[in-house]
Design a protein around this ligand. Structure first.
Ligand code: BGC
Length: 244
């Protein structure tokens, strides 16, 4: 089955048709800048532009950086507040004329990694964390997703963990890899004590540089980089639409 996967991010909106049996992109992905302020209607227009570039009429899965229930965003940490309460499935479906399903972006990346990447065949508890502008999370047990976890908003030192431990925080504070690895290690240690996972998968842009910080971590749980890199969001968004 072929589904158009779209990954809505703070700076770019990316999409490509996906063969959900193999996880392969069926065409080169398209990336369009996220409209300023990232409000619902302009974002839906970009999603439509991407769908039209592929002459798409089939189902569309959309990954979005917020917890999502039945197509509605419940919180807006790094996106426009106008999403809260907007039924995005209905909006996207109206604008594109295609059947659209939205899921959390980290849940999407997790589905992709569990099906085609670093988590494939992992029977225990797996936590995927995407380290980017924020921290996204997805937790699986025996391959089943518990959706909409928001572990990036766990409080550490009186602040959301993502404020100190995301890749954006590393860049903003110009942290050395040693300093950053220390912070990440503290964060993972807390997660480890709360969930006792069998595996952590680190995704997001930073997974490309894993050799710079993974060897510096000292936690007991194995930590591996995501394998699908910047395709995970697109592939997982498509998988999310299949599961609906
Ligand atoms: C949002 C999450 C999202 C993560 C990564 C966080 O700020 O609350 O829903 O998965 O950023 O984009």
């Amino acid at each position: 089955m072929h589904i158009l996967g779209i990954d809505v991010g703070g700076s770019g909106i990316k999409g490509a048709p996906v063969d959900i049996e193999t996880g392969q992109l069926l065409a080169e992905r398209i990336r369009i800048k996220t409209p300023k302020d990232g409000e619902p209607e302009p974002v839906a227009e970009v999603v439509n532009q991407i769908a039209q570039s592929f002459n798409w009429t089939g189902p569309i899965g959309i990954g979005f950086p917020a917890p999502i229930k039945s197509g509605v965003a419940l919180m807006a940490a790094n996106v426009s507040e106008k999403w809260i309460g907007t039924n995005a499935d209905d909006l996207f479906t109206k604008v594109t004329g295609c059947d659209c399903t939205m899921i959390n972006d980290a849940d999407a990346a997790g589905l992709a990694e569990m099906t085609f990447g670093a988590g494939r065949g992992q029977p225990g508890t797996v936590i995927l964390l995407t380290l980017g502008t924020g921290i996204g999370s997805a937790i699986f047990h025996r391959g089943h997703l518990l959706p909409n976890t928001e572990f990036g908003h766990m409080r550490m030192k009186g602040q959301d963990a993502e404020f100190r431990t995301s890749d954006a925080a590393r860049q903003r504070e110009d942290l050395s890899w040693e300093k950053y690895a220390k912070r990440l290690n503290k964060y993972l240690k807390i997660m480890e004590k709360l969930f006792w996972p069998d595996l952590f998968i680190i995704g997001g842009g930073i997974s490309k540089e894993s050799e710079k910080y993974l060897p510096l971590l000292t936690i007991a749980t194995p930590v591996v980089p995501a394998q699908l890199l910047n395709e995970a969001g697109i592939v997982g968004a498509a998988l999310g639409a299949r599961q609906n």
